[in-house]
Design a protein around this ligand. Structure first.
Ligand SMILES: NC(=O)c1ccc[n+]([C@@H]2O[C@H](COP(=O)([O-])OP(=O)(O)OC[C@H]3O[C@@H](n4cnc5c(N)ncnc54)[C@H](OP(=O)(O)O)[C@@H]3O)[C@@H](O)[C@H]2O)c1
Length: 341
């Protein structure tokens, strides 16, 4: 139910069927695509001709979502295809396994869409390589970092092809603006702060991961530009969207009720919530004006917006990058040294 769907963001006249060009020949990977915004993103991209890899960690949910999309696009003259890719972003090793599965199937990747994200009340951790760190930071940031590193060779190869237009899109959030103090991303102690299980602290923890998304995108763009690699990186806020994400964030009590009411009154549908991602991933305007869009941050559905002061903090971005590299390396070394059966 949407009571005031158009109040939020001056909701637009975006029409995927006419605004998205023919995507035949393009290979696109969408993470966390078995539900919500990611599912609708994958569905629209496949309906416009792309070969879409639907990243999902659960086999039955992933296969069911892929089949639903196949059914919905069958018969469309423009239809592409959709394939479930097992992809669990919760640790570097599981992320690397998903990337390897992709690389065993494909030798091109035109668009990588980092959409997966968790939004939960409570503090939880993952352990790998002898390290223990915040699960939400691992899933929402480190998973995207490792997946990008692992797929960078194929992205770069695709970018070298004539007329290519390779993009890396990161679904962040406007909540990155709500980080109350400068985080310390230099080491895992800094990643693991705010262990309180309460709603407010959980919300701040989520916001910090979304700030990490913004910083990662900008730093990635600046590194690719320095190497003169023609890949466009964009982070975005999809709008307030009625999906399982915010609904599951808090399941009981007054906050749960409040979230339900706000979603009912103001939220976009999952399809509308996919529009900003779809614009970022496919609009010819972005290829036509690289200086305007490279490293940018979008709000629904095509508006360039300012990131927070922390989002522009180059030192913070470099700290995050260095720590992510170090953590990923330690976690993956453990996998590489494990005896193979
Ligand atoms: N909805 C909003 O108002 C809103 C606003 C701002 C930003 N966002 C962002 O939009 C993105 C999509 O969220 P949504 O609203 O569409 O929520 P959603 O329906 O809950 O989708 C989240 C997706 O991420 C997947 N995921 C979670 N943990 C994962 C893991 N360890 N490995 C792989 N996939 C994992 C989920 O898979 P499972 O089904 O297996 O859990 C699900 O497919 C998120 O990054 C979120 O932060 C949403």
């Amino acid at each position: 139910m949407q009571i005031f769907p158009s109040i939020n963001y001056g909701y637009s006249s975006y029409d995927p069927s006419s605004d998205i060009p023919d995507l035949q020949g393009k290979v696109i990977l969408v993470t966390g695509a078995n539900s919500g915004i990611g599912f609708k993103t994958a569905e629209v991209l496949a309906s416009k001709g792309a070969k879409v890899y639907l990243g999902a960690r659960d086999e039955s949910r992933g296969k069911a979502a892929a089949q639903t999309i196949r059914d919905s696009i069958s018969g469309l003259p423009s239809a592409g295809s959709v394939h479930w890719l097992p992809l669990d972003l919760s640790t570097p090793q599981s992320t690397k396994a998903g990337a390897s599965a992709f690389l065993s199937l494909e030798n091109r990747l035109d668009v990588l869409i980092h959409n997966a994200g968790m939004q939960v009340k409570g503090y939880s951790t993952v352990s790998e390589g002898g390290l223990t760190f915040s699960k939400i930071m691992s899933t929402n940031h480190l998973g995207s970092f490792v997946l990008t590193q692992e797929l960078m060779p194929v992205l770069k190869r695709t970018a070298e092809e004539p007329n290519s237009d390779v993009r890396i899109i990161v679904v962040a959030s406007k909540l990155h603006l709500r980080v109350p103090e400068r985080p310390d991303f230099r080491n895992l102690e800094g990643w693991n702060v705010r262990k309180d299980h309460g709603v407010i602290e959980s919300g701040i923890r989520y916001s910090i991961t979304k700030l990490a998304n913004v910083l990662f995108t900008r730093e990635l763009q600046s590194r690719l530009d320095a190497e003169k690699v023609p890949i466009t990186c964009i982070s975005l806020h999809p709008g307030l969207v009625s999906t399982e994400g915010p609904k599951n964030a808090v399941k009981t009590g007054i906050f749960a009720l409040l979230i339900k009411l706000v979603l009912a009154a103001f939220a976009l549908t999952p399809l509308q919530g996919a529009y900003t991602t779809l614009f970022a991933a496919t609009s010819p305007k972005i290829k036509a004006e690289p200086a305007k869009y490279k490293g940018s941050y979008l709000q629904p559905f095509n508006r360039l917006a300012e990131v927070s002061a922390y989002g522009k903090d180059k030192q913070l971005a470099e700290d995050l990058w260095a720590c992510s590299e170090e953590v990923a390396e330690i976690c993956m070394k453990e996998a590489d040294s494990e005896p193979r059966s």
